[in-house]
Design a binder for this molecule. Structure first.
Ligand SMILES: [Zn+2]
Ligand SMILES: [Zn+2]
Length: 353
């Protein structure tokens, strides 16, 4: 019997522990993927901590959201199909695939319309079912493994979370005119992908905002036209000046009271503020701004399988610039988590088990 291994979260907010078990046998439409690349995402840190900050309402624990320990985290997974269930029709052994982790219940209007991210009973790989910090991952339906033949699994893996998340959010920001500006707040894995994908989608004027000079330099390399250090005094005025008062879209990959305030204070009339970051806290703005400024404030949660397919097509068409990636062995997961938490990671850490 062949073995698989994983690094599991056994206790909330404690280091991951290695576990060994027998390799699972896929049945029905499920697919067994041998992990080649597995990205480390900020949400892995949130999940590991065990709760989210709901501001004045306190905390929402991941147990309340349906997560049970022990669990293998990791939701940016690319690999090779090594076994398939008897009901699998289109996926073959040996195929290189990207795993779509945002699996819905399969039995609601959102799921019927392939809007998995709007499903209220998601069964996410890496939160509700075992994920990619492992040698193998079992994907419950062949629908959720996407062909990446000929592409580098290490470069493709982060699109499964950070890529599809910002793509979904940018579709909610919508198209802008030639002289209008898009601001991307936060230049971590999400923000770098946001800049790359926004350029690929045709956004012309992009300003990146962060607190780290190094990350702002990277933002320029990814295609941002301007950058702003938000620790500087009067950053709101500066943002309005740089964008000539034509800031129509803000994509917030951080998501805190401060970034929310910067966004709604800087947007021009009829602007759109879309939040994907989950730093937490409370969002506050004068109620009358919604009508007076005709403002849209909107959240976006992860993304949908057709969108991930679109991203792979954009990548194949050469429209997306690779974000910086650091490859690590999976055995270094606990030190990598500490580095990411400390803000010392530029781009993405990808584990190769
Ligand atoms: Zn993620
Ligand atoms: Zn559903």
């Amino acid at each position: 019997m062949s073995k698989s291994y994983s690094y599991d979260l056994v206790e909330w907010d404690k280091p991951f522990q290695m576990a060994e078990r027998a390799v699972l046998k896929p049945t029905g439409r499920s697919v067994l993927v041998k992990v080649i690349a597995s990205g480390l995402c900020h949400s892995d840190l949130h999940i590991k901590k065990g709760f989210m900050d709901l501001g004045e309402r306190g905390k929402l624990t991941f147990e309340q959201r349906g997560a049970k320990l022990p669990i293998t985290l990791g939701h940016e997974i690319a690999g090779e199909v090594v076994d398939v269930g008897e009901g699998v029709a289109d996926v073959v052994i040996g195929q290189k695939v990207l795993v779509f982790p945002w699996i819905g219940c399969g039995n609601c209007r959102a799921c019927d319309e392939d809007r998995e991210s709007d499903c209220t009973s998601m069964s996410i790989i890496g939160i509700h079912q075992n994920g990619g910090f492992a040698s193998h991952v079992l994907v419950p339906d062949e629908k959720f493994v996407l062909d990446i033949t000929g592409l580098d699994p290490v470069k493709i893996a982060p699109y499964a979370c950070s890529g599809v998340t910002v793509f979904n959010a940018l579709t909610k920001v919508g198209a802008l005119r030639e002289d209008e500006w898009l601001a991307v707040i936060g230049v971590g894995g999400l923000g770098l992908n946001a800049i790359s994908i926004a350029v690929g989608m045709g956004y012309k004027n992009i300003i990146a905002i962060d607190v780290s000079e190094n990350k702002l330099e990277l933002a320029i390399e990814m295609g941002a036209n301007r950058v702003l250090d938000s620790t500087k005094l009067n950053s709101t005025e500066e943002l309005i000046n740089i964008t000539n008062g034509l800031l129509y879209g803000v994509l917030d990959t951080f998501g805190s009271e401060e970034t929310g305030s910067l966004a709604v204070n800087s947007l021009t009339k009829a602007g759109r503020y879309v939040v994907v970051g989950q730093h937490g806290g409370d969002f506050k703005m004068p109620q009358v701004w919604l009508p007076q400024k005709a403002m849209t404030v909107r959240g976006s949660h992860v993304g949908n399988s057709p969108q991930l397919r679109q991203i792979i097509e954009m990548y194949r068409a050469g429209k997306l610039k690779d974000i910086p990636i650091e490859i690590r062995p999976l055995s270094e997961i606990n030190s990598a988590v500490e580095e990411l938490k400390a803000g010392h990671v530029s781009g993405r850490i990808v584990f190769c088990p």
